[in-house]
Write a protein that binds this ligand. Structure first.
Ligand SMILES: [Zn+2]
Length: 653
């Protein structure tokens, strides 16, 4: 009987980074890498993006393990989040596992996980009739491994990030002989790193790059040298250490992540120091004691991405390091196409702050990934029946398609997959079937996946057109408005110079609410707010051609006639941004009976929930979160038990 095989990407295809693939053999799922990517600049406020692995969580009992190729963030960065949800064994080389542990321990939900298994290039791990083995590859971090899943049907090979560099140091060398052996056994499909196949020209050998780093250090005689590197690019860090030693400079390490990576690599002897550690490294707090011409600062920034941190330094936002006249900022990463604009802006900021800037990628083609020729050589050695280019945008995958064509593959044997595609093998041929929906999960600070597209869309609108807030107080029983609408805005128009607009908007709100409460028998907060939002949205767009986020806040006056006049007439401008933060509180409110389709995104969800909130005993001023809290303290006993559900008895978004 044939064993069913399928290959499903969760990331890494048609995008940069975020490698994660699942190979299912019969009932067992083998996860290959669990990487993250850094957002392109349009994801406002999002730190990192990880694959959406809901499918894997649902099928957790089938997962045989996670197999990691190397210690870069695009291979291990999502592991802490995956392990927060499913506890499955993790396999990888010693360095990879140590770096994975650093990441996992930093994530509270995954902390304490301890099912790691160190493997080497010659290890084999058996899972019933499936054997997983490995092969050594060349990449910019030592101990990178490719993975072979040997099934009764044949082998599936995953290269991980790799390139072929004949001058590589021993522990960076690709095991070409082993590749040929794997090929001789019969390979059904290879998932091959295509990231470098779209660029022309030969990549510089790492030995040339080491020379280049040294030359750059030699040429900058007087000021400090600040090197921006990816924390896990241990090869680059080694080159910086060697160059610093040769020109007689000392190294200051900036950033906790980098420090941990360097410590780990030193302990495993993957980094080598040409002189005693205490003579070469200087702690960050002693930075000011070093003369500029003796200083090298090695920085990587938060979560392993160095460019954003350079911006902070240039703007004087970093506590310890500010860019100063005479600094050389040496950017040793090669930005992806999506990041190029961002890097260009950063360079500009650095220049303005007085630094000169050098970027390795403008002078040398350095890449940790297979060139077109490397990719073709790999195909020649492995001789797979099917080629699946991975690790790149569509443009890149397409270049790999042509590279594969050149060595004799036809269209039926090259697969440019999308996330969630299910590529299946029936014993004779490959076909696509039973694909699933796979998105991306945004991580903002410590929150995982609570940033959806609606939140991002709101952030975008807020950043472009600001927010417009209208607060009205009504008496539901008497069906009338009891306080004139209060209008405020942030980032939309300057209230003081736009009096007419604000007044007209206020009148419009009054009119809309008055009609709304008069005409309806069944009182519906949601409808009332939507009509205010629609009317205001139309009016503001007509007047200003802008579309701010509109927050109608409709408050209810005391039903028992105990309304406090003072509050009703008072405005509280300071807290106008409070309603935006309301969803947290809204989550504790009873569920709405009726859903109103949202027109303005995130705000609506909160509003719909709020609209069912118990009617209040008193009138509160606009967005009166703080105010409300104070009052609560003053007169706790006068609140009805019902009202304890919400801090803000009023309806706010
Ligand atoms: Zn990598």
């Amino acid at each position: 009987m044939t064993t069913t095989l399928s290959i499903m990407p969760f990331g890494g295809v048609r995008e940069n980074g975020k490698n994660m693939y699942a190979v299912t053999v019969g009932e067992d799922i083998f996860i290959l890498d669990a990487g993250l990517k850094y957002p392109e600049s349009d994801l406002l406020g999002v730190d990192v993006v990880i694959p959406d692995f809901a499918y894997l969580v649902e099928n957790a009992d089938k997962i045989a393990g996670v197999f990691l190729t190397h210690g870069h963030a695009d291979a291990i960065g999502a592991l802490p989040y995956l392990l927060s949800e499913v506890k499955v064994p993790v396999f990888g080389s010693e360095l990879t596992i140590e770096l994975a542990k650093l990441a996992v321990e930093a994530e509270p939900e995954a902390k304490g996980f301890d099912d790691y298994h160190v493997v080497r290039g010659n290890s084999e791990v058996s899972f019933g009739d499936v054997t997983v083995s490995f092969f050594e590859t060349t990449h910019t971090i030592p101990e990178s491994l490719g993975i072979v899943i040997e099934t009764p049907e044949g082998q599936i090979v995953y290269t991980g990030d790799f390139k072929i560099d004949t001058t590589a140091l021993p522990y960076y060398r690709t095991d070409l002989a082993r590749l040929a052996q794997i090929g001789a056994k019969g390979v059904i499909a290879v998932l091959a790193d295509a990231a470098g196949t779209a660029s022309y020209g030969l990549s510089a050998h790492e030995s040339e790059l080491a020379e280049y780093v040294l030359d750059s250090f030699r040429a900058h005689k007087n000021g400090r040298i600040i090197v921006a590197a990816v924390a896990s690019n241990i090869q680059r860090i080694q080159q910086v250490i060697d160059a610093a030693y040769k020109v007689g400079r000392k190294i200051v390490i900036s950033g906790n992540d980098l420090e941990k990576v360097v410590r780990t690599a030193l302990r495993l002897k993957k980094l080598h120091l040409p002189m005693p550690e205490n003579e070469l490294f200087v702690s960050l707090k002693n930075l000011s004691k070093l003369a500029p011409e003796e200083t090298v600062i090695l920085e990587t920034g938060k979560m392993g991405e160095p460019i954003r941190h350079l911006q902070r330094m240039a703007q004087g936002d970093d506590r310890n390091i500010q860019i100063q006249e005479g600094d050389l900022v040496f950017i040793t990463t090669t930005p992806s196409t999506a990041m190029e604009g961002y890097v260009a802006r950063t360079r500009d900021m650095l220049f303005r702050a007085g630094a000169s800037v050098k970027q390795i990628s403008t002078d040398k083609k350095s890449s940790g990934h297979a060139s077109k020729e490397d990719f073709q050589l790999l195909l020649n050695l492995l001789k797979p029946q099917h080629v699946i280019p991975i690790q790149g945008e569509y443009r890149v995958l397409n270049a790999a398609y042509h590279a594969a064509e050149q060595v004799g593959y036809d269209d039926d044997h090259i697969w440019l997959l999308a996330k969630g595609d299910n590529l299946r093998w029936d014993g004779e041929q490959m076909f696509l079937g039973g694909s699933i929906q796979v998105g991306s999960t945004m991580i903002d600070g410590s929150g995982v996946g609570d940033i959806g597209s609606i939140v991002l869309n709101d952030r975008r609108i807020l950043s472009e057109d600001g927010v417009f807030i209208a607060v009205v107080t009504i008496d539901r029983k008497k069906k009338k408005i009891v306080a004139t609408p209060k209008i405020d805005s942030r980032g939309f128009v300057y209230v003081k110079t736009s009096r007419d607009l604000i007044r007209e908007a206020g009148e419009l709100v009054e009119k809309t609410v008055a009609e709304g409460i008069k005409n309806t028998k069944e009182f519906d907060w949601g409808n009332l707010k939507n009509s205010v939002r629609d009317a205001l949205g139309k009016f503001l767009f007509e007047q200003t051609r802008r579309k701010p986020v509109i927050l109608p806040v409709i408050m209810e006056a005391n039903q028992n006639g105990r309304r406090r006049k003072r509050s009703a007439s008072k405005t509280n401008n300071k807290s106008t941004d409070k309603p935006v933060a309301a969803p947290k509180q809204a989550a504790r409110k009873p569920k709405p009976k009726k859903k109103v389709p949202g027109a303005q995104g995130q705000g609506n969800g909160a509003q719909q929930k709020k609209q069912q909130a118990p009617a209040n005993q008193q009138v509160k001023p606009a967005g009166a979160t703080e105010e409300g809290a104070k009052k609560k303290k003053r007169r706790p006993r006068r609140r009805k038990p019902k009202a304890t559900q919400g801090e803000q008895p009023v309806s706010a978004e």
